[in-house]
Design a protein around this ligand. Structure first.
Ligand code: KIV
Ligand code: ZN
Length: 521
């Protein structure tokens, strides 16, 4: 059996299909703005991702525009848009991807008994006909068509064989086998791929993809097992972002194939030294912080706390480390600078951390760096990363800006906030009280900018150790089904809270201008 990929001669080449901007963005609260999506897409392109699933063009004007713009920002990758099994979806998808250098239409339908009966209400024959018609239609528009039987792992084998054969005959060039609800296990994941290769005529002539969700914590293992059985495209997201428990994490499958090449002799095109940068960017943009013990990219993934481990590491790093921090672009966290450090040193340090800045941006960040250095003796890598995040999140172009804030708090209430907020260039000064300083500040903001958005999450985490550490605050807000996340960092937790709240409101203003998404998967 020969397995075809983009380069047919490379039978062990695994294509990396990143769906951070589509499946990842579907996780509640992970909504991203256009410029954030473009920034992520160009980094994915730079790091060697083969296919970027850029969005679901029929979902909203915003998604459509994002897919169109990403096609320009990521010239080296295949740009894929998602479409349900309907001509309208496929037309809209094609409109969005058609100007990409390498466009792909990805169309899907739920094939399991539950999906057939309850989600799309179609019997087997009607669905088979629909698959034939929609894949044929997509293939007439685009040479590169991916088809997915959603909930494949809970679809009857015979029906899965039947529909895969129809899709291949209709012209699908990639068949993706999704474990939509994270239900399968490694042995079964491999068995399904083997079964399809054995029973579906032409299955060995197209690329087989695996798309796993992590509901039982097995997404990475399931994806790799599918590859062992013959799949040659892994669908994944940075940090494992995605619906519910997320998708297969890109960094995990890529590093697993690299570290255990002896038993998984597959290769891919990813520049692993960009992994940390991508992880930080996605965490910042989505507002989904990476758990400390997350494999590969967690803060503790390379930390050695116990005496025995530290002793071993000093003697030989291989004693307790199976990969080097630098393999994923992680430089040692060291004390970087203080208030006497200059602009060139800051630029070089930021470049080490993966940020390349133009002169104007550097000027702005340098001012913020000096202000931080005045308040905080020691500045670590994580402080600089928080500073960069904040510079991206709160810009002078924002409609609402925090100008001044003074808070009275302590054992004797009421806690009071005196706030000056600028809205559309007009200054407003208010005083509000609340149940604690943060509540007082949020009440003050609401006095100036009344809204009905619900506060869905308020989260604080310390960037580094010490009482002078910066706090990064995330604020998630929900209004009419639209969810946005604001973020800010400051050595003053209450100031960071005010700015994070305002950042969320600014994003909400942008979202309001866009049409509401249609009901989708
Ligand atoms: O999980 C899933 O089944 C999907 C499909 C749209 C491929 O995301
Ligand atoms: Zn999915």
């Amino acid at each position: 059996m020969t397995i075809k990929t983009n380069k047919p001669s490379e039978k062990n080449r695994v294509l990396i299909f990143d769906t951070t901007l589509r499946d990842g963005e579907q996780s509640p609260g992970a909504t991203m703005t256009l410029s954030e999506k473009i920034e992520i897409a160009s980094l994915l392109d730079e790091m060697g991702v083969d296919i970027i699933e850029a969005g679901f063009p029929i979902a909203s004007e915003g998604d459509f525009e994002a897919v169109t713009e990403i096609a320009k920002a990521a010239p080296n990758t295949v740009i894929c848009g998602l479409a349900r099994a309907s001509f309208g979806d496929i037309d809209r998808c094609w409109e969005a991807v058609k100007n990409a250098r390498q466009p792909r239409i990805h169309t899907f339908i739920g094939t399991s008994p539950l999906h057939r009966e309850f989600q799309v209400q179609m019997d087997m024959d009607t669905m088979a006909q629909r698959i034939h018609d929609t894949v044929t239609y997509a293939r007439n528009l685009c040479d590169n068509v991916q088809w997915s039987p959603m909930d494949a792992t809970r679809t009857e084998d015979d029906y899965l064989v039947r529909v895969c054969e129809i899709a291949i005959k209709a012209g699908a060039t990639t068949i993706n086998i999704p474990d939509t609800v994270g239900y399968t296990a490694p042995s079964e994941s491999a068995d399904i791929i083997r079964m399809l290769l054995e029973r579906v005529p032409g299955m060995d002539e197209i690329v087989i993809a695996t798309h796993c969700h992590n509901d039982l914590g097995m997404a990475t293992a399931n994806a790799l097992a599918a590859v062992d059985a013959g799949a040659r495209q892994i669908e994944c997201t940075i940090n494992g972002l995605g619906e519910r428990a997320g998708n297969t994490a890109l960094e995990e499958v890529v590093m697993a194939m690299r570290v255990r090449h002896d038993i998984m002799p597959y290769h891919n095109n990813i520049d692993t030294t960009k992994i940390m940068q991508a992880s930080r960017l996605v965490a910042t943009v989505s507002g989904f912080a990476v758990q400390f013990n997350k494999a590969i990219v967690g803060k503790n993934a390379f930390a050695h706390e116990s005496g025995i481990h530290q002793d071993g590491m000093l003697k030989h790093s291989g004693t307790f480390e199976i990969m080097r921090p630098e393999d994923i672009g992680l430089s040692e966290t060291v004390l970087v600078m203080g208030k006497h450090s200059g602009r060139a040193a800051l630029r070089s340090k930021l470049e080490n951390l993966g940020y390349s800045l133009g002169d104007n941006q550097l000027k702005d960040v340098f001012v913020r760096f000096k202000a931080l250095a005045d308040r905080k003796k020691e500045i670590f890598d994580d402080d600089l990363i928080a500073l960069m995040t904040d510079s991206d999140a709160n810009t002078p172009n924002d409609i609402i800006q925090v100008k001044t804030l003074r808070v009275v708090c302590g054992t004797e209430g009421p806690q009071t906030a005196d706030l000056t907020l600028e809205v559309g260039g007009e200054s407003h000064k208010v005083t509000a009280t609340g149940d604690g300083p943060v509540d007082a500040v949020f009440n003050a903001i609401k006095m100036v900018f009344p809204h009905d958005a619900k506060l869905a999450l308020y989260q604080v985490h310390a960037v580094t150790e010490g009482t002078d550490a910066q706090a990064t605050v995330s604020v998630r807000m929900e209004e009419d089904g639209k969810i946005v996340t604001g973020q800010s960092s400051d050595t003053d937790t209450v100031v960071a809270s005010a700015k994070a709240y305002v950042n969320a409101l600014n994003k909400l203003i942008v979202r309001r201008a866009k049409t509401a998404p249609a009901a989708l998967t």
